[in-house]
Design a protein around this ligand. Structure first.
Ligand code: TYD
Length: 217
């Protein structure tokens, strides 16, 4: 039976290859198994328009000017928030998203130095109608290790357009997350991602239960 609950919004963040998708799936399966009504989703590509945008965004053949890249991520996010996240929260679901606007602040704002954090944050707030998550699980991992994970995951050594930016870019992204955390002390939780998948999953689960579900249901 589905448990009665308030909508909760959980976001996973981290550099490419940090294990966000795996961890969000494991959390989704565990909470669903306990009877919670959950929705698992991701950015970019959480809607049908978003999947089209994602295909363009990650195409290694296309060269973007950085502003176009930013606006495509924002379009994906506006659609995702409006069509998927907000309706699910209204229905009382636990929404688990791999990535949200923190990715844009870090990748486009900090790593690409496109604009200052305040301006990028304002644009994102406009795109999502000020919707903040209840908790952000930031999986922290060394970029060298993450790159190895991506190679193993892809089996062949093919990378998407952003992954091909290489180690230095991922280092900037990681530092960006570590900086950004300080702006959101109430919702950001840093999780050591350099452990066995199951032990990361255990911590993710217990933090989620303790900090979120127990406190609010
Ligand atoms: P994806 O294949 O979904 O990667 P991952 O599994 O690591 O999430 O590709 C998303 C890529 O887009 C990833 O390199 C991060 C990047 N990205 C941004 O640069 N800005 C954003 O706002 C978002 C959501 C993703």
């Amino acid at each position: 039976m589905t448990k009665k609950q308030k909508g909760q919004f959980i976001v996973f963040e981290g550099i490419d290859g940090s294990g966000k998708s795996t961890q969000s799936r494991l959390l989704y399966e565990r909470l669903t198994g306990e009877g919670y009504s959950c929705l698992i989703t991701e950015e970019p590509g959480g809607t049908s328009l978003g999947r089209m945008i994602k295909k363009i965004l990650l195409d290694p053949e296309i060269q973007f000017c950085p502003k176009s890249e930013l606006f495509l991520f924002l379009a994906d996010r506006a659609e995702h928030t409006d069509k998927i996240i907000k309706p699910a929260l209204r229905e009382g679901k636990i929404v688990i998203s791999s990535r949200y606007f923190f990715s844009t602040i870090v990748y486009q704002g900090i790593a690409r130095k496109l604009s200052d954090i305040d301006f990028i944050t304002k644009m994102n707030m406009f795109a999502v109608d000020n919707l903040l998550p209840d908790i952000v699980l930031y999986i922290d991992i060394n970029p060298e290790r993450a790159l190895k994970n991506i190679k193993e995951r892809n089996k062949v050594t093919s990378f998407d357009r952003i992954e091909t930016e290489g180690l230095n870019f991922q280092k900037k992204v990681r530092n960006g997350y570590l900086d950004l955390m300080r702006y959101y002390p109430e919702i950001f939780v840093k999780i050591d991602g350099e452990r066995e998948i199951q032990s990361v999953a255990e911590e993710v689960y217990s933090i989620t239960k303790r900090r979120l579900l127990n406190a609010r249901n």
